[in-house]
Design a protein around this ligand. Structure first.
Ligand SMILES: [Zn+2]
Length: 459
């Protein structure tokens, strides 16, 4: 896997195999999750799934940044309690993550539940002389960490030259960053040896990673926009405190771009993930994400998602056709193509072993489907079964769910359609029929709730 720290591909051997300790930087929950978040977490999902396929046992921790400047500011703007806002957005994140078929982490620690660990880590840095306290907070002294810049390959001199006029005059250097911020009037706070305040963003991740995974972990992941300063600072404060490497492999995903810009609330370009997932088949969204290598930037467009749905439909049709064929009576042997399948698996595994090359792996799936469609005429039942299993399991390894059997191909839109019809029935006072629809859906595990704003479904 490609390690941002060394800028090269390295063989992955965890510290204590088969255990892999993996920390994924989670969302800061001042806003709803956007579709760019989903790309990042599909990437970590693929890393975890592939390592699991290769026999590792991944311990996966993904934090929730439920207190930081952005959360505090947003709550203030909305006149809401920051905890309520954070939990609302965190819940929507979990919902989207589940819809996307992202495997759940072992634990989703919240920063607000780790204030004690954070204070202890900051104290350790202060005691070691790597941090100092001022009127505005506690700061990490980057002059005490000579390796500063090793992840982002930035030189301290250049950074200082590039830094804007120092806003906070209490800091020794404009690059020193806050570990603890003193609370201003009306802001949430916790008691600490440095007065009432709240943690800085970077220290939260270090404290949670160490608490749940130990001082040195195997893989730390996040979007490439986190390399500097977030991950650089995580390394500085963690390694200064422990004297040990913080993370051995740093993996970063390219960003999902919109009209050439980064998708984030600050650019004004923001597409809520849930909106996309209710309009497009989640597996198609995943397929589109995986069609670009995780380290490359990617342009978001609805046209691509539509193409993804078409491609997914062709996959499912092929699998269904093979399923039907496999149940046919054995005819004359139409050539047992096990060599093809062995080659397919070899190429698939080679591609995934080479820094998770999902576009190549998916390219192999497309070729296999093409071969199947060309040779379907003379395929016997057992060959069809072999191809079907190969296709189905390769898609499953990539996290695609074969849900068409349970719920239909384009579940969300199909359900919206059913609800529309049911609404018409209700308007015409045909409540018997409307209730029957609800009962039948309920048996399939779909709950319909009638609200004043209309009916909503939940799987
Ligand atoms: Zn983080």
């Amino acid at each position: 896997m490609y390690n941002t720290l060394t800028r090269k591909k390295e063989e992955f051997i965890p510290l204590s195999p088969p255990l892999v300790k993996m920390y994924v930087c989670g969302m800061t929950v001042q806003d709803r999750p956007h579709i760019g978040h989903m790309r990042a977490y599909v990437v970590s999902d693929i890393v975890k799934r592939w390592l699991t396929y290769r026999g590792f046992r991944v311990k996966h921790i993904q934090n929730v940044t439920d207190i930081d400047d952005k959360v505090v500011e947003k709550a203030k703007t909305l006149g809401r309690d920051y905890r309520e806002l954070a939990e609302e957005n965190a819940a929507e994140f979990m919902r989207c993550s589940d819809i996307m078929g992202i495997e759940r982490a072992d634990f989703y620690p919240r920063a607000t539940q780790h204030i004690q660990e954070i204070i202890e880590l900051v104290s350790r840095l202060v005691q070691k002389g790597c941090a100092y306290s001022t009127d505005t907070g506690v700061y990490f002294d980057i002059s005490r960490f000579p390796d500063y810049g090793k992840l982002s390959r930035k030189r301290i001199d250049d950074l200082i030259k590039g830094a804007r006029v120092q806003i906070d005059e209490t800091k020794h250097s404009p690059l020193d960053f806050a570990l603890w911020k003193r609370a201003k009037e009306g802001e949430p706070f916790w008691e600490s040896p440095w007065g009432r305040g709240r943690p800085g963003w970077h220290i939260e991740c270090s404290a949670m990673s160490m608490k749940h995974l130990g001082e040195t972990i195997d893989i730390h992941m996040g979007g490439e926009d986190l390399i500097f300063p977030h991950h650089e600072n995580e390394i500085a404060q963690s390694e200064a405190a422990t004297g040990k490497p913080f993370a051995r492999f740093w993996l970063h995903n390219g960003l999902l771009r919109l009209l050439g810009g980064k998708m984030s609330k600050s650019t004004g370009e923001f597409i809520p993930a849930l909106d996309v997932l209710q309009r497009f088949e989640p597996d198609a969204v995943r397929l589109v994400f995986l069609s670009t290598h995780y380290r490359h930037p990617m342009e978001y467009s609805e046209a691509r998602l539509e193409e993804g749905e078409e491609a997914l439909t062709r996959m499912w049709e092929c699998i269904e056709m093979l399923g039907e064929k496999s149940e046919e009576e054995e005819k004359t042997k139409g050539g047992y193509l096990s060599d093809d399948i062995a080659n397919f698996w070899k190429d698939f595994e080679d591609a995934m072993d080479d820094d998770f090359n999902t576009p190549k792996a998916i390219g192999g799936i497309y070729s296999l489907i093409k071969d199947v469609n060309l040779n379907a005429e003379n395929m016997d039942g057992s060959t069809a079964r072999l191809y079907r299993d190969t296709l189905a399991s390769s898609l499953k390894i990539l996290g695609m769910r074969m849900r068409e059997k349970e719920l239909g191909v384009f579940t969300p839109r199909l359900l919206d359609l059913i609800l529309d019809v049911r609404q018409k029935l209700r308007e015409e006072n045909k409540y018997d029929l409307a209730d029957k629809i609800r009962e039948n859906l309920s048996r399939l595990g779909i709950t319909i709730k009638d609200t004043p704003e209309g009916s909503v479904w939940k799987i």
